[in-house]
Design a protein around this ligand. Structure first.
Ligand code: XMP
Length: 316
């Protein structure tokens, strides 16, 4: 019996014929697995688009580009849209308003780039079974033009692309399995989910480049120390949040008045309910001392011990 990878490759080939396909990469496992499958099926007739919103984690773009170079025989377009996103987000305080701006701007940027790909008729995306269920889609429904599912907020219905959705019937753990079969790196396959609006919902209040840079550094330390302690696979999401409050501290005998970082580590099965994760004190101590000594503008670190509900996983 043929396995999922072989069957998918055949069905992608028969759906797209000699057409060109575009695929948005997010840095997450679903879009990477789709891109890997489609690139196996049609090679360089696939163009992947990665939008750099300026709200990504540290080294995100380089690591996506590296995985891409090593695993795909396809074209990659990285769109630097940081300035566009940050100028539209300037002084915007309300979390939902921030999400709306990011969602709309993402659509605008992605659509502009997609239309630059000559002759592209198909859009491959990483819709998985829980997405189909959540959006009320029916099993076995033929791919239509177009009910877009995207983790930022949905792509517009008037984009004239036919959807290619090879993961539509799979659960997340099955997607990971396919990723491993396709030879994608373990760090990518087991990556924790990252929200579409990115660091904007972890940098509370209006976002700015200096604050995002500060958050990126703190966040990278959290992920690095949790990974070093062997806790990455035990946890479901681990990250830093930058608070818009300042508190008094002391450094080298001088008074400081700087921002606070919250460390959030949770474990969950379904992300509907989640428990705060009891990270050992010595790991927390390492995270705290590294953030306080390595990240400029932060003089206080707190650990979030709130489960969901009543808290949510993200702070915004
Ligand atoms: P909450 O904060 O609602 O998060 O407990 C549940 C899960 O959803 C992710 N999340 C988002 N993902 N766009 C996304 O693509 C969003 O606007 C968004 N908000 C929250 C969050 O990271 C967690 O995995």
């Amino acid at each position: 019996m043929k396995n999922f990878v072989e069957t998918s490759i055949e069905s992608i080939r028969s759906q797209v014929g000699d057409g060109r396909v575009i695929c948005g990469l997010s840095g997450g496992v679903d879009s990477a697995v789709v891109a890997a499958l489609v690139s196996r099926a049609i090679g360089s007739r696939l163009t992947c688009i990665f939008v750099d919103t300026g709200l990504m984690r540290k080294n995100e773009i380089d690591s996506v580009a590296k995985v891409f170079r090593e695993n795909f025989d396809a074209n990659l377009v990285v769109v630097d849209a940081e300035e566009r996103f940050l100028s539209l987000l300037k002084d915007v305080d309300d979390p939902q308003e921030k999400r709306k701006i990011i969602g709309k701007t993402f659509i605008d940027v992605f659509t502009e780039e997609a239309h630059k790909v000559d002759g592209a008729k198909f859009l491959a995306q990483g819709t998985i079974w829980p997405d189909v269920v959540e959006s009320g889609g029916e099993e076995g429904a033929p791919a239509k033009t177009v009910k877009y599912h995207h983790n930022v907020g949905g792509l517009p219905e008037d984009m004239e692309f036919e959807l290619v959705e090879p993961l539509r019937k799979l659960y997340k753990n099955e997607v990971r399995q396919v990723g491993l079969e396709l030879g994608l790196p373990e760090e990518l396959v087991w990556r924790h989910p990252f929200p579409g609006p990115g660091l904007a919902v972890r940098c509370l209040g209006p976002v700015s480049k200096p604050d995002l840079d500060c958050l990126r550094e703190a966040d990278a330390i959290v992920v690095e120390e949790i990974t070093k302690a062997g806790l990455y696979r035990e946890t479901s999401q681990v990250f830093a949040v930058l608070l818009p409050v300042r508190s008094v501290g002391a450094k080298n005998g001088e008074r400081t008045y700087e921002k606070a970082v919250v460390v959030r580590c949770i474990a969950t099965q379904d992300f509907m309910e989640a428990n705060w994760y009891p990270v050992p004190y010595e790991v927390l101590a390492k995270i705290s001392s590294r953030i306080l000594s390595e990240v400029d503008g932060v003089n206080r670190v707190a650990y979030d011990i709130s489960s969901k509900p009543p808290a949510t996983i993200e702070w915004e």
